[in-house]
Design a protein around this ligand. Structure first.
Ligand code: F3S
Length: 380
């Protein structure tokens, strides 16, 4: 591949992987089961990214293993109704076409594990979306580094990745413990703790004890730590499939005070123009919960629930879509509040229950954030 015997596109992709391998002293390449490519929204990759992808596609680049996409900058079916600017949509469609030409699946989700793509414990993958990386490593026990868009795409094209970092078991050791004394009740509580701990630990792998959590809560926790810090792996005692901590780990204590202060720091206390839920993308259970809530009492703000298209279709079949529409909301597929052009669509204050969304909305979308539990932000 590196010598170009299998074509220019593979040579370019292997060049990227080989360079990464050299930087990190990888002893070899290993096969990966699948790859997840980030850098799909026109908003995040711009014209330079579009040109690069079109160039690769024109050189005949094709993926060798199942490879799927992160959210795009718009719902590919209802973008007009959502007020996405036409020139943005045209560029976005070109990006999606280039990826499709390479054989990449149009999943457009940051939570592939909710639509059946769930690598098992010990399986090697190459994922780029930071929240999905944290989920795959921690909740599923799979092995992936926090890939960049180009390295994940290269892994998809070549079917391998350099063997370093979190692919090697002996590197997957937590050196920070987190003793949780706060009582965490909602997804927002988990996202808030993640926001706080991520900021504190950066790239470390925290090991939590003292909490009970379901998969949705772990998803929100990991996503926030991956955004406020760069945490690619965490453990939760008696819950995650692995829990590996050094004996001399430093211990952080997270109490009700940190929870309250962090929430106060993030929340602008304003009434949102738009409430956005589903960061990371909502599961069918999360959509069901919101549908049940808004059926009883109509929210005081417009709202979106961001999810994968497959999940939206399921919600339509189950009638949640209709209930949500009648309550002033829409189920938005293929995109999210952060990677779509919110500002250009006229929004200034966005509601979010997710720590990750709250971290990115101010910088990437120039939004003030109304932050809190779902009920708080929907009825503020
Ligand atoms: Fe997913 Fe967008 Fe949040 S990509 S993790 S919903 S910022």
């Amino acid at each position: 591949m590196l010598d170009g015997e299998l074509g220019e596109a593979k040579q370019t992709a292997m060049g990227i992987l080989a360079a990464l391998g050299k930087i990190y002293n990888a002893e070899k390449m290993i096969p990966v089961k699948n790859a997840q490519v980030a850098g799909v929204s026109y908003k995040t990759i711009g014209d330079a990214g579009l040109e690069y992808l079109e160039h690769l596609a024109s050189k005949g680049a094709k993926v060798e293993i199942p490879t799927f996409m992160n959210p795009a900058g718009m719902d590919v079916e209802q973008w007009k109704g959502m007020g996405i600017p036409k020139d943005f949509a045209e560029k976005q469609i070109k990006i999606l076409d280039a990826y499709k030409k390479m054989g990449i699946m149009s999943t457009y989700t940051c939570a592939p594990y909710q639509i059946g793509i769930r690598p098992g414990k010990g399986e090697h993958v190459a994922w780029a979306e930071s929240s999905a990386v944290a989920f795959a490593n921690s909740v599923l026990g799979a092995r992936t580094n926090r890939e960049g868009g180009p390295s994940a795409l290269s892994a998809g094209i070549c079917g391998v990745t350099p063997y370093y970092g979190l692919h090697i078991d002996s590197n997957r050791v937590a050196r920070v413990k987190v003793k949780v004394e706060a009582e965490l009740k909602t997804e927002n509580d988990f996202g808030t703790m993640g926001y706080y701990i991520g900021k504190l630990v950066g790239k470390e792998y925290p090991a939590f004890h003292g909490i009970k959590a379901d998969e949705i809560q772990l998803k929100l926790l990991g996503a926030a730590m991956a955004a406020s810090g760069a945490v690619p792996l965490f453990y939760v005692k008696d819950i995650t499939p692995e829990y590996v901590v050094t004996d001399d780990a430093e211990e952080i204590v997270f109490t009700e005070n940190e929870l309250k202060e962090m929430k106060e720091e993030i929340d602008s206390r304003e009434k949102p123009d738009l409430v956005t839920l589903g960061c990371p993308h909502a599961s069918i259970d999360e959509i069901k919960k919101v549908a049940e809530l808004v059926e009883k009492k109509k929210p005081t703000s417009k709202f979106w629930i961001c999810t994968a298209r497959k999940t939206k279709e399921e919600a339509e079949k189950l009638g949640y879509d209709k209930i949500i529409k009648e309550a002033g909301g829409i189920i938005v597929a293929d995109t999210c509040m952060v990677v779509c052009p919110l500002k250009e669509m006229g929004f200034n204050i966005t509601g979010a229950n997710s720590g990750k969304a709250a971290k990115y909305l101010p910088n990437m979308c120039k939004q003030k954030v109304a932050y809190g539990d779902i009920e708080d932000i929907l009825y503020r």
